[in-house]
Design a protein around this ligand. Sequence first.
Ligand code: MRU
Length: 351
Amino acid sequence: MIPTLAWTPDGVRFIDQTKLPLEESYVLATTYEDVAHVIVTMVVRGAPAIGVSAAYGVALGALRTKAATAREFAPEFETICTRLAGTRPTAVNLFWAIDRMKHRFASLLADDASIAMVQEKFLAEAHRMYEEDITACKTMGAFGGALLPSEGGVLTHCNAGALATCGYGTALGVIRSAVEQGKKIRVFADETRPFLQGARLTAWELMEDGIDTTVICDNMAASLMRAGRIQAVVVGADRIAANGDFANKIGTYNVAILAKEHGIPFYVAAPWSTIDMATPNGDAIPIEERNPIEVTHHGGKQLTPHGVGICNPAFDVTPARYVTAIITERGVLQAPFAESLKKMESSVQTA
Ligand code: MRU
């Protein structure tokens, strides 16, 4: 399996996604600050992978502290959580993971547990999230794989694969599962300007698995759809609001509009940790604005004239009306999503 991140006796080892596909190198994070740095610099990226990384970051914070008890550690714990939560604003999985660690810490604090106990419980919780993420990807893969045609072209945008999760992937998990079911799928990967997650990462990991993959520039999708070469679209998400609007990599909204125009089903695959019932709709999702240099330069070379205005939002919001189905590990949701999401959430809460 592709080693997005792995716990080692010295810390968390990340495959460096800024170097792929030309170089397979690794970065070792030994402190929570290191973890924050790898998230900010995109060594690790993708909503579920960011969440689990942050959980390991909190565990590393506890492992490196000089505090002797949970109570002594409490102010430092707040600093660690604030630092990790400040790395990237859009993917809700980051806040979901930190909240889970906060919940775990609350009971340790109530017992004024020893720091050894805090370390043990934090690490166990991070490991649990890691395992749960892989299981969720496999489950949604099975649900979503069944929705794809037995033969045809499937377009994906950005990288919602093994590299964006702890393994297998969300959107790419759906594709992997369809291929494992014997379906003849040809993947079209949008290159995904400006960070090129599609051209670099999706193409790399699908080729590693021997899946038929073709990279296209972002502006080619309409033409391929019109030519009948794309039978389905499947993408991931960084945050799904309570009404089904969702944020994903910039350019996803374009693809959704094109799919609707051409009568092509448009699927969103995401674990439940990406669903944010506290955010009513897409307008309330914070969108990260990234450094203009990602647009002005490529491979260290300047592309644009000095001083030109640059806009670089990392994500966009696709309204729920463009979504055919949301694939989660709890099941496949259909419109109206405000109702189906609420129903699915309460059925799990009462189960
Ligand atoms: O900026 P990135 O590379 O972190 O953006 C990633 C995406 O937009 C993914 O599609 C999303 O996180 C889903 S990953 C399973």
